[in-house]
Design a protein around this ligand. Sequence first.
Ligand SMILES: Nc1ncnc2c1ncn2[C@@H]1O[C@H](COP(=O)(O)OP(=O)(O)OP(=O)(O)O)[C@@H](O)[C@H]1O
Ligand SMILES: [Mg+2]
Length: 283
Amino acid sequence: MRAKSEEVLPAAALASERHTSGIVSMAAPEDAVATVRPKLSLWVENVTVSFDGFKALDDITLEIEKGELRCIIGPNGAGKTTLMDVITGRTRPTSGCVYLESRAHEITALPEWRIAQMGVGRKFQRPTVFQGHTVAENLELALAGNKGVFRTLFRRTRAEDREQIDEALETVGLAEQKGRRAGLLSHGHKQWLEIGMLLVQRPKVLLVDEPVAGMNQQEMEKTAELLRSLAGQRTVIVVEHDMDFIRSIARKVTVLHEGRVLSEGSMDRVQADRQVMEVYLGT
Ligand SMILES: Nc1ncnc2c1ncn2[C@@H]1O[C@H](COP(=O)(O)OP(=O)(O)OP(=O)(O)O)[C@@H](O)[C@H]1O
Ligand SMILES: [Mg+2]
Protein backbone atom coordinates (compact mmCIF):
# COMPACT_ATOMS: atom_id res chain seq x y z
CA MET A 1 0.00 0.00 0.00
CA ARG A 2 1.13 3.51 -0.65
CA ALA A 3 1.04 6.33 1.82
CA LYS A 4 -1.87 8.61 1.07
CA SER A 5 -0.60 11.80 2.59
CA GLU A 6 2.60 13.59 3.40
CA GLU A 7 3.13 11.66 6.60
CA VAL A 8 6.55 11.15 8.11
CA LEU A 9 7.64 7.71 7.06
CA PRO A 10 10.86 6.02 8.02
CA ALA A 11 13.15 5.62 5.04
CA ALA A 12 13.30 1.87 5.58
CA ALA A 13 9.56 1.60 5.06
CA LEU A 14 9.80 3.70 1.92
CA ALA A 15 12.69 1.66 0.64
CA SER A 16 10.88 -1.63 1.11
CA GLU A 17 7.82 -0.18 -0.54
CA ARG A 18 9.97 0.90 -3.45
CA HIS A 19 11.44 -2.51 -3.88
CA THR A 20 8.28 -4.52 -3.55
CA SER A 21 5.97 -2.46 -5.71
CA GLY A 22 8.47 -1.40 -8.31
CA ILE A 23 6.33 1.61 -9.15
CA VAL A 24 6.99 4.01 -6.33
CA SER A 25 9.72 6.44 -7.15
CA MET A 26 10.72 8.00 -3.88
CA ALA A 27 13.78 10.16 -4.17
CA ALA A 28 14.68 10.09 -0.47
CA PRO A 29 18.02 8.61 0.55
CA GLU A 30 17.71 5.24 2.23
CA ASP A 31 19.19 6.29 5.55
CA ALA A 32 17.25 9.49 6.08
CA VAL A 33 13.81 10.03 7.53
CA ALA A 34 11.82 10.99 4.49
CA THR A 35 9.55 13.88 5.34
CA VAL A 36 9.45 15.29 1.85
CA ARG A 37 8.06 13.34 -1.03
CA PRO A 38 8.98 14.11 -4.61
CA LYS A 39 7.32 17.31 -5.66
CA LEU A 40 3.92 16.42 -7.02
CA SER A 41 2.60 18.41 -9.90
CA LEU A 42 -0.89 17.05 -9.59
CA TRP A 43 -2.49 15.15 -6.81
CA VAL A 44 -5.97 13.71 -7.21
CA GLU A 45 -7.01 12.40 -3.85
CA ASN A 46 -9.96 10.08 -3.25
CA VAL A 47 -12.07 11.66 -5.96
CA THR A 48 -15.54 10.34 -6.62
CA VAL A 49 -17.87 11.66 -9.30
CA SER A 50 -21.46 10.44 -9.10
CA PHE A 51 -23.95 11.05 -11.86
CA ASP A 52 -27.32 10.27 -10.28
CA GLY A 53 -25.77 7.59 -8.15
CA PHE A 54 -23.62 6.12 -10.95
CA LYS A 55 -19.95 6.49 -10.08
CA ALA A 56 -18.01 7.60 -13.15
CA LEU A 57 -15.01 7.97 -10.82
CA ASP A 58 -14.93 5.91 -7.68
CA ASP A 59 -12.53 7.01 -4.96
CA ILE A 60 -9.65 7.56 -7.33
CA THR A 61 -6.20 8.68 -6.18
CA LEU A 62 -3.45 9.73 -8.61
CA GLU A 63 -0.08 11.22 -7.83
CA ILE A 64 1.74 12.76 -10.76
CA GLU A 65 5.23 14.13 -10.33
CA LYS A 66 6.60 17.30 -11.86
CA GLY A 67 7.83 16.78 -15.38
CA GLU A 68 6.25 13.37 -15.70
CA LEU A 69 4.75 12.07 -18.91
CA ARG A 70 1.81 10.04 -17.66
CA CYS A 71 -0.41 7.98 -19.90
CA ILE A 72 -3.95 7.18 -18.89
CA ILE A 73 -5.60 4.28 -20.63
CA GLY A 74 -8.70 2.23 -20.07
CA PRO A 75 -11.70 0.84 -21.93
CA ASN A 76 -14.65 2.97 -23.01
CA GLY A 77 -16.50 4.42 -20.05
CA ALA A 78 -13.55 3.90 -17.68
CA GLY A 79 -13.73 7.52 -16.54
CA LYS A 80 -10.77 9.03 -18.42
CA THR A 81 -12.61 12.06 -19.77
CA THR A 82 -14.40 12.55 -16.46
CA LEU A 83 -11.01 12.61 -14.76
CA MET A 84 -9.78 15.31 -17.16
CA ASP A 85 -13.02 17.22 -16.57
CA VAL A 86 -12.40 17.15 -12.83
CA ILE A 87 -8.78 18.27 -13.16
CA THR A 88 -9.73 21.19 -15.40
CA GLY A 89 -12.71 22.26 -13.30
CA ARG A 90 -15.34 21.36 -15.85
CA THR A 91 -16.88 18.81 -13.48
CA ARG A 92 -17.02 19.17 -9.71
CA PRO A 93 -16.27 15.96 -7.87
CA THR A 94 -18.90 14.63 -5.51
CA SER A 95 -16.11 14.11 -2.99
CA GLY A 96 -12.33 14.25 -2.86
CA CYS A 97 -9.67 16.83 -3.62
CA VAL A 98 -7.40 17.87 -6.47
CA TYR A 99 -4.18 19.67 -5.62
CA LEU A 100 -1.69 21.48 -7.81
CA GLU A 101 1.97 21.63 -6.80
CA SER A 102 1.86 19.17 -3.94
CA ARG A 103 -0.61 20.67 -1.51
CA ALA A 104 -0.14 24.28 -2.55
CA HIS A 105 -3.54 24.71 -4.22
CA GLU A 106 -6.76 22.75 -3.84
CA ILE A 107 -8.63 23.48 -7.04
CA THR A 108 -11.94 21.61 -7.01
CA ALA A 109 -13.87 24.70 -5.94
CA LEU A 110 -12.30 26.94 -8.60
CA PRO A 111 -13.89 27.87 -11.93
CA GLU A 112 -12.44 26.47 -15.15
CA TRP A 113 -10.86 29.75 -16.29
CA ARG A 114 -9.04 30.14 -13.00
CA ILE A 115 -7.60 26.63 -13.16
CA ALA A 116 -6.45 27.35 -16.72
CA GLN A 117 -4.86 30.57 -15.50
CA MET A 118 -3.03 28.62 -12.81
CA GLY A 119 -1.32 26.63 -15.53
CA VAL A 120 -3.51 23.69 -16.44
CA GLY A 121 -3.90 23.48 -20.21
CA ARG A 122 -6.14 21.04 -21.99
CA LYS A 123 -6.16 19.91 -25.55
CA PHE A 124 -9.47 18.47 -26.60
CA GLN A 125 -9.73 15.63 -29.05
CA ARG A 126 -10.99 17.71 -31.96
CA PRO A 127 -8.66 20.52 -32.97
CA THR A 128 -10.28 23.89 -32.34
CA VAL A 129 -8.05 26.29 -34.26
CA PHE A 130 -9.24 29.50 -35.90
CA GLN A 131 -9.49 28.24 -39.46
CA GLY A 132 -9.51 31.63 -41.18
CA HIS A 133 -6.36 32.87 -39.45
CA THR A 134 -2.76 31.99 -40.15
CA VAL A 135 -0.79 29.63 -37.97
CA ALA A 136 1.11 32.55 -36.41
CA GLU A 137 -2.09 34.50 -35.81
CA ASN A 138 -3.59 31.51 -34.02
CA LEU A 139 -0.64 31.49 -31.68
CA GLU A 140 -0.91 35.25 -31.16
CA LEU A 141 -4.58 34.92 -30.30
CA ALA A 142 -3.84 32.14 -27.85
CA LEU A 143 -1.14 34.25 -26.23
CA ALA A 144 -3.33 37.35 -26.09
CA GLY A 145 -6.17 35.36 -24.57
CA ASN A 146 -3.92 34.49 -21.72
CA LYS A 147 -2.64 37.96 -21.05
CA GLY A 148 -5.79 39.86 -20.36
CA VAL A 149 -7.08 43.04 -21.87
CA PHE A 150 -4.34 45.45 -20.81
CA ARG A 151 -1.45 43.49 -22.21
CA THR A 152 -3.37 42.85 -25.40
CA LEU A 153 -4.23 46.53 -25.86
CA PHE A 154 -0.85 48.01 -25.14
CA ARG A 155 1.34 45.19 -26.33
CA ARG A 156 4.39 46.43 -24.49
CA THR A 157 6.27 43.18 -24.79
CA ARG A 158 5.87 42.45 -28.45
CA ALA A 159 9.42 41.25 -28.89
CA GLU A 160 9.01 38.84 -26.04
CA ASP A 161 5.71 37.62 -27.47
CA ARG A 162 7.31 37.12 -30.87
CA GLU A 163 10.01 35.03 -29.29
CA GLN A 164 7.46 32.93 -27.47
CA ILE A 165 5.49 32.37 -30.66
CA ASP A 166 8.61 31.48 -32.65
CA GLU A 167 9.65 29.06 -29.95
CA ALA A 168 6.24 27.37 -30.04
CA LEU A 169 6.40 27.18 -33.85
CA GLU A 170 9.77 25.47 -33.63
CA THR A 171 8.66 23.11 -30.90
CA VAL A 172 5.61 21.86 -32.77
CA GLY A 173 7.42 21.84 -36.11
CA LEU A 174 5.26 24.42 -37.88
CA ALA A 175 7.80 27.22 -38.39
CA GLU A 176 7.64 26.87 -42.14
CA GLN A 177 3.87 27.00 -42.14
CA LYS A 178 3.48 30.06 -40.00
CA GLY A 179 1.97 32.21 -42.74
CA ARG A 180 -0.45 29.52 -43.85
CA ARG A 181 -4.17 29.65 -43.12
CA ALA A 182 -4.92 27.15 -40.36
CA GLY A 183 -7.93 25.85 -42.26
CA LEU A 184 -5.57 24.58 -44.97
CA LEU A 185 -3.42 22.51 -42.62
CA SER A 186 -3.63 18.74 -42.49
CA HIS A 187 -5.41 17.18 -39.52
CA GLY A 188 -2.10 16.30 -37.88
CA HIS A 189 -0.72 19.79 -38.32
CA LYS A 190 -3.88 21.26 -36.81
CA GLN A 191 -3.36 19.07 -33.76
CA TRP A 192 0.20 20.35 -33.42
CA LEU A 193 -0.95 23.91 -33.87
CA GLU A 194 -3.38 23.44 -31.04
CA ILE A 195 -0.61 22.06 -28.85
CA GLY A 196 1.41 25.15 -29.82
CA MET A 197 -1.51 27.34 -28.80
CA LEU A 198 -1.41 25.75 -25.38
CA LEU A 199 2.36 26.06 -25.15
CA VAL A 200 2.39 29.84 -25.59
CA GLN A 201 0.27 29.98 -22.46
CA ARG A 202 3.11 28.28 -20.61
CA PRO A 203 1.13 25.56 -18.87
CA LYS A 204 2.57 23.68 -15.94
CA VAL A 205 0.30 20.75 -16.58
CA LEU A 206 -0.74 19.79 -20.08
CA LEU A 207 -3.67 17.42 -20.56
CA VAL A 208 -3.91 15.87 -24.00
CA ASP A 209 -6.96 13.88 -25.03
CA GLU A 210 -6.43 11.31 -27.79
CA PRO A 211 -3.76 13.25 -29.66
CA VAL A 212 -3.21 10.75 -32.45
CA ALA A 213 -6.78 9.89 -33.40
CA GLY A 214 -6.96 10.18 -37.19
CA MET A 215 -3.20 10.59 -37.67
CA ASN A 216 -1.05 8.63 -40.06
CA GLN A 217 2.00 6.66 -38.90
CA GLN A 218 4.47 9.42 -39.61
CA GLU A 219 2.38 12.02 -37.80
CA MET A 220 2.01 9.64 -34.87
CA GLU A 221 5.76 9.24 -34.59
CA LYS A 222 6.27 12.99 -34.67
CA THR A 223 3.57 13.47 -32.05
CA ALA A 224 5.24 10.91 -29.80
CA GLU A 225 8.50 12.80 -30.16
CA LEU A 226 6.77 16.10 -29.45
CA LEU A 227 5.03 14.90 -26.29
CA ARG A 228 8.23 13.34 -24.99
CA SER A 229 10.05 16.60 -25.56
CA LEU A 230 7.34 18.57 -23.75
CA ALA A 231 7.55 16.49 -20.59
CA GLY A 232 10.35 17.36 -18.20
CA GLN A 233 9.81 21.09 -18.42
CA ARG A 234 6.15 20.55 -17.69
CA THR A 235 3.88 17.73 -16.65
CA VAL A 236 2.13 16.01 -19.53
CA ILE A 237 -0.88 13.74 -19.14
CA VAL A 238 -2.01 11.85 -22.21
CA VAL A 239 -5.25 9.92 -22.65
CA GLU A 240 -5.05 7.67 -25.67
CA HIS A 241 -6.58 4.48 -27.03
CA ASP A 242 -3.86 3.60 -29.48
CA MET A 243 -1.71 1.07 -27.65
CA ASP A 244 1.21 1.22 -30.07
CA PHE A 245 1.36 4.93 -29.54
CA ILE A 246 1.18 4.58 -25.75
CA ARG A 247 3.96 2.03 -25.87
CA SER A 248 6.08 4.40 -27.93
CA ILE A 249 5.84 7.23 -25.39
CA ALA A 250 4.96 5.65 -22.09
CA ARG A 251 7.06 5.83 -19.01
CA LYS A 252 4.33 5.35 -16.47
CA VAL A 253 0.84 4.21 -17.29
CA THR A 254 -2.34 4.33 -15.23
CA VAL A 255 -5.11 1.96 -16.26
CA LEU A 256 -8.61 3.03 -15.32
CA HIS A 257 -11.57 0.71 -15.25
CA GLU A 258 -15.07 1.48 -14.00
CA GLY A 259 -13.89 4.67 -12.36
CA ARG A 260 -11.05 3.06 -10.42
CA VAL A 261 -7.31 2.64 -10.87
CA LEU A 262 -6.93 -0.94 -11.99
CA SER A 263 -3.18 -0.94 -12.43
CA GLU A 264 -0.27 1.47 -12.54
CA GLY A 265 3.37 1.27 -13.50
CA SER A 266 5.51 0.76 -16.55
CA MET A 267 3.89 -0.36 -19.79
CA ASP A 268 5.45 -3.81 -19.36
CA ARG A 269 4.08 -4.05 -15.87
CA VAL A 270 0.51 -3.10 -16.72
CA GLN A 271 0.48 -5.23 -19.84
CA ALA A 272 1.50 -8.22 -17.79
CA ASP A 273 -1.22 -7.53 -15.22
CA ARG A 274 -3.82 -10.28 -15.43
CA GLN A 275 -6.69 -7.95 -14.49
CA VAL A 276 -5.66 -5.51 -17.19
CA MET A 277 -5.52 -8.29 -19.76
CA GLU A 278 -8.97 -9.41 -18.74
CA VAL A 279 -10.74 -6.07 -18.85
CA TYR A 280 -8.79 -4.18 -21.41
CA LEU A 281 -6.02 -5.57 -23.48
CA GLY A 282 -7.77 -8.88 -23.97
CA THR A 283 -10.85 -7.26 -25.42
N1 LIG B 1 -22.68 13.87 -17.57
C1 LIG B 1 -22.82 12.57 -17.38
N2 LIG B 1 -23.97 12.07 -16.90
C2 LIG B 1 -24.12 10.73 -16.69
N3 LIG B 1 -23.17 9.81 -16.93
C3 LIG B 1 -22.02 10.26 -17.42
C4 LIG B 1 -21.76 11.65 -17.67
N4 LIG B 1 -20.50 11.77 -18.15
C5 LIG B 1 -19.99 10.53 -18.20
N5 LIG B 1 -20.90 9.62 -17.77
C6 LIG B 1 -20.67 8.19 -17.66
O1 LIG B 1 -19.53 7.99 -16.86
C7 LIG B 1 -18.74 6.91 -17.35
C8 LIG B 1 -17.35 7.38 -17.64
O2 LIG B 1 -17.37 8.22 -18.78
P1 LIG B 1 -16.06 8.86 -19.43
O3 LIG B 1 -16.55 9.68 -20.57
O4 LIG B 1 -15.29 9.52 -18.39
O5 LIG B 1 -15.31 7.56 -19.95
P2 LIG B 1 -14.00 7.46 -20.87
O6 LIG B 1 -13.04 6.60 -20.15
O7 LIG B 1 -13.58 8.81 -21.27
O8 LIG B 1 -14.56 6.65 -22.12
P3 LIG B 1 -14.15 6.74 -23.69
O9 LIG B 1 -12.92 5.91 -23.84
O10 LIG B 1 -15.30 6.11 -24.37
O11 LIG B 1 -13.95 8.17 -24.04
C9 LIG B 1 -19.48 6.38 -18.58
O12 LIG B 1 -20.25 5.26 -18.19
C10 LIG B 1 -20.36 7.54 -18.99
O13 LIG B 1 -21.52 7.08 -19.63
MG1 LIG C 1 -13.41 9.83 -23.09
